[in-house]
Design a protein around this ligand. Structure first.
Ligand SMILES: C[S@@+](CC[C@H](N)C(=O)[O-])C[C@H]1O[C@@H](n2cnc3c(N)ncnc32)[C@H](O)[C@@H]1O
Length: 301
């Protein structure tokens, strides 16, 4: 996250105190296992959400918005914005986007977002009750739609002048929701932007599902809260980015972390023809092997 936002988030957590933030962070993590419409209550929950969840949702949003590079975005609508991590990510990836609107019902999170996005317009209502959304070039809903009806998604697509991005937890349930959004909106005339290499039926078969990961450095308080020795965590997410006008699509998307063996790299990829395993060997194809050495989970080839 931008250093000034990170500092402010850490100061809020410090002022609430370690024990209270840890307790609230555990409660949020527990509630998020069952639902993503977690209701926060009070300064402790807000501080804990901003400290433990916002860096991860910000990192994932940045990764997803990288996939829309070159798409013209001058305005952004962040739905269920929380502390505005998706809007902040959009602000970084689309610096020309001057108009930013957040929809967020939680007053403490909205107030926090106002601190680092002072020019943003904030709609404080319940998005279930909104029958229309103000049109913006990019509409992004990150970790906020999973429990909402399909009609809401259709309304968000109506509001998206250029692109709609939906990001959900990288769980079976989160991915199933994303897949439903993908199917409904492709049927309604949307074009695929990412992650799929084509608008074909999704080839993922349960118990497997489509998800990616964003690596997040943990602050020292986060490390103390989460315990363990790791200085980072991998935030898993599922997403779809859809656009009004067709964009170029990659040949394939890398579905899992590439497996490296001596002289051989195996890639699990999704292509327009379905999911398959591809192998690049140093001896037979040096160029493909060199390219595969730089390949990353979630990247395109
Ligand atoms: C899990 S948080 C995600 C926040 C943020 N998008 C992020 O990526 O960090 C879900 C957010 O959506 C908001 N939200 C959920 N349902 C809502 C509703 N019906 N109306 C307005 N906001 C809602 C919650 O208050 C919460 O801030």
């Amino acid at each position: 996250m931008p250093p000034s936002v990170r500092r402010s988030v850490e100061q809020r957590a410090d002022s609430v105190g370690f024990i209270a933030v840890k307790r609230a962070a555990n409660a949020i993590a527990e509630a998020a296992r069952d639902s993503n419409s977690v209701r926060l209550s009070g300064a402790e929950h807000t501080a804990a959400y901003l400290l433990t969840r916002m860096p991860a949702t910000y990192a994932a949003s940045c990764k997803v918005l990288d996939e829309l590079r070159g798409v013209p975005v001058a305005s952004v609508l962040d739905i269920g914005a929380g502390g505005g991590s998706a809007a902040l990510a959009a602000h970084e990836k689309f610096p020309l986007a001057r108009e930013i609107t957040l929809v967020e019902r939680d007053p403490l999170l909205a107030e926090a977002a106002r601190e680092w996005l002072p020019a943003a317009h904030i709609l404080a209502g319940d998005l279930r009750r909104m029958t229309t959304f103000p049109p913006h070039d990019l509409v992004i809903a990150a970790w906020s739609l999973g429990d909402l009806p399909a009609a809401t998604v259709a309304r968000l697509w109506e509001a998206a002048r250029v692109a709609l991005v939906v990001i959900e937890p990288g769980t079976l349930r989160g991915a199933a929701f994303v897949r439903k959004v993908r199917e409904e909106l492709l049927a309604a005339g949307a074009h695929m932007a990412a992650p799929c290499p084509a608008a074909m039926p999704c080839p993922m078969v349960e118990p497997d599902w489509c998800y990616f990961a964003a690596r997040v450095e943990l602050s020292s308080m986060q490390r103390r809260i989460q315990g363990g020795d790791l200085s980072y965590q991998d935030e898993r997410f599922s997403y779809v980015a859809l656009v009004r006008d067709p964009v170029g699509l990659p040949r394939a998307r890398i579905l899992r972390r590439p497996r490296h063996h001596p002289g051989l790299i195996e890639l699990d990829v999704c292509t327009a023809q379905g999911r398959r395993s591809e192998r690049a060997t140093k001896r037979r194809d040096r160029d493909a092997f060199r390219a595969a050495r730089h390949a990353e989970w979630g990247g395109a080839v």
